[in-house]
Ligand binder design. Structure first.
Ligand SMILES: *Cc1c(COP(=O)(O)O)cnc(C)c1O
Length: 249
């Protein structure tokens, strides 16, 4: 459901699985009727990313509920950014929906992308099928050890998340003062998507100043957009100073 995370399409392609796309609509929400209209006898999975990447918004629960109860297949809700969101996780709704899979990861709020560990939550029936088709090799011991250590310091993780969210609000306010930023989108993730005058030009200027962000302009509905990941206080300050100085050209 673009604009969204690119890996679903990549994995479908490498597994020779047909991938259908239905664009998001106003405020990057689901077009429920269009999605259900695209479903045919071969449609097995629908991927919904909430909060969505690169747009940052949560997907409205009502729309997801409608799809969960109308679609005779599996819905995967990708919650990679759920720790930064106000909303409750869909893991709390698993009893209600037998066709729901929720995925999460230690790569974002837990800051451990390098250990390659994620989680999948679903009904017993779905998990038992996944257990049958998964390779016999399990999560490696080094990853397990590092993940356990991190999970045991959950309080620190929560403090970091709180800090990131307050930095996010500060950064959002400051981005809104930059003259070439025309709009900043509401976000429930650890990044902010903005619309600018000329994304390629601004991206290049930032690179020249040693700052790497994401230029999302080639994604549908994302013309001239840039995605800023919320950094530490000093990284965010450096970003704003640089944006102010390049805004003069
Ligand atoms: C980062 C990300 C993931 C997961 O990344 P892994 O490092 O593979 O766990 C999943 N979905 C979205 C939308 C992401 O941005």
């Amino acid at each position: 459901l673009p604009p969204t995370y690119g890996m679903y399409k990549v994995l479908a392609n490498t597994n020779a699985i047909e991938n259908k796309e239905v664009l998001l609509v106003d405020d990057f929400q689901l077009d429920v009727n269009a999605i259900l209209a695209e479903v045919d006898a071969n449609t097995k999975l629908i991927f919904i990313c909430s909060p969505n990447n690169p747009t940052g918004n949560l997907i409205a629960s009502k729309a997801i509920e409608t799809i969960l109860s109308s679609f005779n297949g599996i819905i995967v809700i990708d919650e990679a950014y759920i720790d930064f969101a106000e909303a409750e996780s869909w893991t709390t709704r698993l009893q209600e929906f037998q066709n729901l899979i929720v995925t999460q990861t230690l790569s974002k709020a837990y800051g451990m992308a390098g250990i390659r560990l994620g989680m999948c939550f679903a009904s017993k029936e779905i998990i038992s099928i996944l257990n049958k088709i998964k390779p016999p090799y399990n999560v490696n011991v080094l990853t397990q050890q590092v993940a356990l250590k991190r999970i045991l310091e959950e309080e620190n993780v929560q403090l970091e998340i709180t800090k990131l969210i307050s930095e996010r609000e500060k950064l959002m306010n400051q981005l809104n003062t930059i003259n070439f930023i025309n709009h900043s989108y509401k976000t429930d993730a650890n990044f902010i998507l903005v619309k600018v005058d000329d994304a390629n030009k601004r991206y290049k200027q930032l690179i020249e100043n040693g700052i790497v962000i994401r230029n999302r302009s080639t994604q549908p509905l994302c013309e001239n957009t840039l995605r800023f990941t919320v950094g530490t206080a000093s990284e965010n300050e450096k970003l704003i100073t640089t944006l102010k100085s390049i805004s003069k050209s």
